[in-house]
Design a protein around this ligand. Structure first.
Ligand code: UGA
Length: 431
C-alpha cells in the first residue's frame, strides 16, 4: 500500500520506517525542511537504536521518501497516519493545535482525490478527540465519511530506545475504525505483522492507550508504596515483587521500585486522563494517587541521603544519571529534575553526570555543575544518588566511590552491587 505519515518525531519516523520495511511505500511529511533533507539523505533526525541503517537502506531502495508537501503525499497514498505531538497544557489537558493543523493539511490533499482514503490518528489523544476534532475538519471541506474517506485510530505502544523493535514485534496492534471498510484497510496495513490485531471502536482504541500507560505507571507507584513499608520492617521490595510477579495474572514487569517514573509519556498521559476524567464527571482517585506517590519518590531519595550524611547546606552531592531512563538523552520529566531542585532548596551543591543527557539537563536546571565522567562527579562529593539505570553504572566498584570525600550512596535504581561494598555506606529504596 501507499502510506503517508504526518510528523517525523520518534513515533512518526519509526512508524514510517517500520511500514516501509514491511513492504509499503511510505511518504514521511514534516514541515521542517532540515528534518526532511536529513531523512532523504538516510540520516534520522532523532536517535533510536537500529533506525539509521534501516532508514538509509529504505531511502536508497526508494521505499521511503520525505517531503514538506502534505497535499502531494496524501494525494499519492491510500492511508495517512497522523503522528504529531499532543503536549500537555497547564491544566493537564492535551494541546490539540498540531493535530488540528495536520488535519487541515490532510483535508486539502483529499478535496480533489478520487479514491477512498483512510485518515488514521496515531497521536495519543483522549477519547472522543478523533471524532470531535479531526472528523469535522475533514467534513468541513465537503468530504463525506464512508464515501470519500474513513476515519481510524491506531495507538502506539513504543518505548523510547527500543521503539523499532516494539514496532516490528508488537504485543498487540489496536485498530479503531469508523466503519468496516476502514477497519479492513487498516488491518491490511498490518497484515505482515506477527501479532494479535484487535479491532475496536475509535473511542475504545483511544482509551486503550491511556489505560495501558496509566496501568503501567500504577504498577510502579504501587511497588513504590509497598517499598516504603518494606524499608520500615527490614525486608526487600524487590524480593517481594519477585514473589508477587510469579502470579501470571500480575507478572513482574514494571514493579521495580525506585525514584519513580519520568519520560514524555507516563506523566503526561496520566495528567491528561485525570483531566479528561474530571471533564466527564468521574473522580480519578487512583490516578491522582499514582502521581502523588511518584512525586514523593525523588524527595524520599533526598531524605534517605540527608538521614545518612546530616544537614545538606554546603554539601556537594553527585547525581549519577540525569536522563529519565537509561540509554537515552531525554530528560523530559526525569526524576532528576525534582531531585536536584530539592537538593538545591535544602542548600546542597549539585554535580551531575550522564553519559548522554548532560547538556539537555542544563536546559532544565542551570544551577548545577555537569561533570564529564563518573570519576569527576564523585571526586570530593559528600554523597551520591544514582538516578538512572545506565549500563555504565552497573560496573562501578567500591574503588570508584572511595574517591568521594565521604563514600555515601543512595541507589535509586538498584544498579549497584552492594555485596561488594565494605567501606561505602550504601542504601537503596525499598530495602
Ligand atoms: C512508555 C511505555 O512503556 C510505552 O509502552 C509507551 O508506548 C510509551 O510510554 C508512550 O506512551 O509513548 P517510555 O516512556 O519510553 O515508554 O519508557 P518506559 O521504559 O516505559 O519507562 C518509563 C519510566 O518508568 C522510566 O522513568 C523508568 O525508569 C520508570 N520505571 C519503569 C520504573 O520506575 N520502574 C519500572 O519497573 C519500570
Amino acid at each position: 500500500m501507499n502510506v503517508s505519515i504526518i510528523g517525523t518525531g520518534y513515533v512518526g519516523l519509526v512508524t514510517g520506517v517500520g511500514l516501509a520495511q514491511k513492504g509499503h511505500k511510505v511518504f514521511c511529511v514534516d514541515k521542517d525542511i532540515k528534518k526532511v533533507k536529513s531523512i532523504n539523505s538516510g540520516v534520522p533526525p532523532i536517535f533510536e537504536r537500529g533506525l539509521e541503517p534501516l532508514l538509509d537502506k529504505l531511502v536508497k531502495e526508494n521505499q521511503l521518501t520525505a517531503t514538506t508537501d502534505t497535499v502531494e503525499a496524501v494525494k499519492s497514498t491510500d492511508v495517512t497516519f497522523i503522528c504529531v505531538g499532543t503536549p500537555s497544557l497547564s491544566d493537564g489537558g492535551i494541546d490539540k493545535s498540531f493535530l488540528v493543523s495536520a488535519s487541515k493539511d490532510v483535508s486539502q490533499g483529499l478535496t480533489d482525490k478520487e479514491s477512498y482514503h483512510v485518515v488514521c490518528v496515531k497521536s495519543t489523544v483522549v477519547p472522543g478527540t478523533t471524532e470531535d476534532v479531526v472528523l469535522p475538519i475533514l467534513e468541513g471541506v465537503g468530504l463525506e465519511l464512508g464515501k470519500d474517506f474513513g476515519l481510524g485510530m491506531n495507538p502506539e505502544f513504543l518505548r523510547e530506545g527500543v521503539a523499532l523493535d516494539d514496532f516490528m514485534m508488537p504485543d498487540r496492534i489496536v485498530i479503531g475504525g469508523s466503519d468496516e471498510k476502514t477497519k479492513e484497510i487498516l488491518t491490511k496495513v498490518y497484515e505482515n505483522f506477527d501479532s494479535t490485531i484487535m479491532v475496536a471502536e475509535i473511542k475504545t482504541a483511544e482509551m486503550i492507550k491511556y489505560a495501558s500507560n496509566s496501568l503501567l505507571a500504577t504498577k510502579i507507584s504501587f511497588s513504590n508504596e509497598i517499598s516504603r513499608m518494606c524499608e520500615k520492617i527490614g525486608i526487600d521490595v524487590y524480593e517481594v515483587m519477585d514473589g508477587v510477579g510469579l502470579d501470571h495474572r500480575i507478572n513482574r514487569d514494571f514493579l521495580n521500585a525506585g525514584v519513580g517514573f519520568g519520560g514524555s509519556c507516563f506523566p503526561k498521559d496520566l495528567k491528561a486522563l485525570i483531566h479528561f476524567s474530571q471533564t466527564i464527571g468521574v473522580n480519578p482517585r487512583i490516578l491522582e494517587a499514582v502521581i502523588k506517590v511518584n512525586e514523593y519518590q525523588p524527595i524520599h531519595a533526598v531524605n534517605i541521603l540527608e538521614d545518612m550524611i546530616g544537614r545538606l547546606p554546603g554539601k556537594k552531592i553527585a547525581i549519577l544519571g540525569l536522563a529519565f531512563k537509561g540509554e537515552t538523552d531525554d530528560v523530559r520529566e526525569s526524576r532528576a529534575i525534582p531531585m536536584v531542585k530539592e537538593l538545591l532548596r535544602r542548600g546542597a551543591k549539585v554535580v551531575g553526570y550522564d553519559p548522554k543527557a548532560g547538556n539537555n539537563f542544563l536546559r532544565e536546571i542551570v544551577n548545577i555543575e555537569i561533570a564529564e565522567s563518573v570519576e569527576k562527579a564523585l571526586s570530593g562529593s559528600d554523597g551520591c544518588i544514582v538516578q538512572t539505570d545506565w549500563e555504565e553504572f552497573r560496573t562501578l566498584t567500591e574503588e570508584d566511590f572511595l574517591a568521594m570525600r565521604t563514600p555515601i550512596v543512595v541507589d535509586g535504581r538498584r544498579v549497584l552491587n552492594p555485596d561488594e561494598f565494605s567501606r561505602v555506606r550504601y542504601r537503596t529504596i525499598g530495602r
